[in-house]
Design a binder for this molecule. Structure first.
Ligand SMILES: [Zn+2]
Length: 95
């Protein structure tokens, strides 16, 4: 009777231990895989400057088109920040 209990306890410990080892191993493999795929991320091919879709709207000083301040071309005129919708408008304005 005691022997059966002992075997049951041993098997429970063994299962727990095996699960722990397997868990550590699979976690380690997952980390390795993540690191391998992370080094060659396709994010590098993406444009470095992402155009924000939200933010303060500023009118283009040249043509009046409203542009998001973060995506607008900014120039400083007499200490004042002015915004342009494009490089073309900035050139036209002579800034
Ligand atoms: Zn413009």
């Amino acid at each position: 009777m005691f022997r059966v209990l002992l075997y049951a306890l041993i098997s429970i410990f063994a299962i727990t231990f095996i699960r722990m080892v397997v868990g550590i191993l699979t976690k380690g493999f997952a980390d390795l895989l993540r690191e391998e795929t992370g080094s060659g991320r396709p994010g590098q091919s993406r444009p470095s400057q992402q155009v924000p879709t939200s933010g303060e709207l500023k009118p283009c000083r040249q043509c009046g088109t409203y542009v998001v301040a973060g995506a607008a071309i900014q120039a400083s005129v007499k200490g004042e920040t002015v915004y342009f919708c494009s490089e073309e408008c900035r050139k036209k304005a002579g800034v």
